[in-house]
Design a protein. Structure first.
Length: 193
């Protein structure tokens, strides 16, 4: 088991700088080593069981990294996804996550999350993976996010949906046809037209 700092740092670097305790244990780092490095200031504990090498640059949005590490099957959606794609001026106060209807409700002490249940077909459509501070984050693409926001327009607000649609239309390469394809999957095509 590696206990020296240089070896542990290399293991964290291979993991993108952020690791769950379980990943570190599987890589051969003992839990006492994690605790000792955290107490020495070499590791930063982002959330329960999620550590980041302290010498690395500060993460822009640590909440997304924590959620991606703690709930790897979840997909970032709605306002959180709009913010990731630069389609809103809203600042999400919670991380909006999509999970299948059959998935167990995740429990996180931090960050605050809001879980939305999707059917299997709607959950699987439009998922992309974005690299964020060395951590892969599952998020819906912009077109699927717009369709989801329209579907949840009473929850997110119609003004947010209209703002996002306008921002999307002004982008180079915007495809309203793709938005309508996802609207059909989400069963809101007639309303979006």
């Amino acid at each position: 088991m590696p206990t020296d700092q240089a070896t542990v740092q290399k293991i964290f670097a291979r993991g993108g700088g952020t690791m769950r305790a379980g990943e570190a244990l599987a890589a051969g780092i003992h839990s006492r080593t994690l605790t000792a490095l955290r107490d020495a200031g070499m590791l930063t504990q982002l959330s329960r069981g999620v550590y980041r090498w302290a010498a690395l640059p500060v993460i822009d949005d640590p909440d997304l990294v924590v959620v991606a590490k703690r709930i790897p099957k979840a997909v970032v959606c709605l306002i959180s996804a709009l913010a990731m794609h630069g389609l809103t001026t809203q600042i999400p106060h919670v991380v909006h996550l999509a999970l299948p209807r059959t998935a167990r409700r995740p429990v996180l002490d931090h960050p605050p999350i809001e879980v939305h249940r999707f059917s299997a077909e709607i959950f699987a459509a439009g998922v992309t993976t974005v690299e964020h501070s060395g951590t892969p984050i599952r998020v819906y693409g912009p077109e699927k996010t717009l369709a989801d926001c329209f579907r949840f327009r009473n929850h997110v607000g119609l003004d947010v949906v209209v703002e996002a649609l306008r921002a999307y239309r002004s982008r180079r390469g915007a495809s309203l046809q793709r938005v309508l394809e996802f609207a059909r999957i989400c069963r809101v095509e007639a309303g979006m037209r």
